[in-house]
Design a binder for this molecule. Structure first.
Ligand code: HEM
Ligand code: HEM
Length: 180
């Protein structure tokens, strides 16, 4: 088994972390911009939606690579390793469901604005406009996004704790030549 994550797996892991942080931050900014600043609000929503779709693409790519390349041998004791595996599975589920709920939120919105992926590519509409369903979906999308970010903080904390205890988990995710 490899001693560290493959470069593509490492790159996608850090890109996902950056994209989730950016998309989450933008969500609060875009919703608080007043409607009279329509152009700014429009482009902030487009950026939020494109970043979220990039998260979805990145996680699908990660899962494909994970199936084909596997993962490095874990240095964690069996009990911690089982908890880590469960935590990672929940993170993957949230990384898939949060963007998918975002797409349905955008589709069902009372004021449906087309989603232009990267400002260019219109996304096909998957659901009908439905204000009652929108209210449920937006609350769920928001709650699961917050859960994802809280769990990601816990996950980062655990990774640093294992690193401090001398286990090579961070080195395997950062690349062989790095100390942290
Ligand atoms: C939004 C932020 C993040 C998300 C969604 C995320 C998600 C994940 C997932 C799903 C895995 C499991 C990989 C697998 O087994 O297939 C993983 C592994 C890992 N992550 Fe993160 N991560 C995030 C941020 C961070 C941060 C900030 C750090 C470090 C400070 C970190 C350190 C690690 C390490 C060291 C591993 C390898 C764990 C192992 O070998 O068992 N992650 N991450
Ligand atoms: C990991 C990816 C994503 C994260 C972390 C995320 C996070 C959030 C959060 C926290 C909110 C609530 C903001 C608030 O209530 O003030 C929100 C709202 C929203 N998001 Fe996302 N989102 C993601 C992906 C997506 C995607 C892919 C789309 C659509 C293509 C999308 C569309 C929306 C829409 C339409 C709203 C509703 C804003 C409103 O109330 O008008 N999101 N998102």
């Amino acid at each position: 088994m490899a001693a560290e994550w493959a470069p593509a797996q490492r790159w996608l892991h850090w890109a996902t972390a950056g994209l989730v942080a950016a998309g989450f931050g933008l969500a609060w900014v875009m919703t608080s911009v007043p409607f009279r600043q329509m152009a700014l609000k429009f482009w902030l929503y487009q950026a939020h939606k494109s970043i979220g779709l990039l998260v979805l693409l990145a996680v699908v790519a990660r899962l494909v690579l994970r199936t084909r390349l596997g993962r490095p041998a874990t240095e964690l004791p069996p009990n911690a390793s089982a908890w880590a595996a469960t935590g990672h599975a929940v993170l993957y589920i949230l990384l898939l469901t949060v963007p998918l709920l975002g797409v349905l939120t955008a589709d069902t919105a009372p004021l449906r604005i087309p989603t232009l992926f990267l400002g260019l590519l219109p996304l096909p509409v998957l659901a009908e406009r439905d204000p009652a369903l929108f209210a449920v979906l937006v609350a769920l999308h928001r709650a699961l996004a917050i859960t994802l970010v809280v769990l990601a903080f816990g996950h980062a904390g655990m990774a640093l704790r294992h690193h401090a205890a001398g286990r090579g988990v961070m080195a395997a995710m950062r690349g062989r030549h790095r100390a942290l």
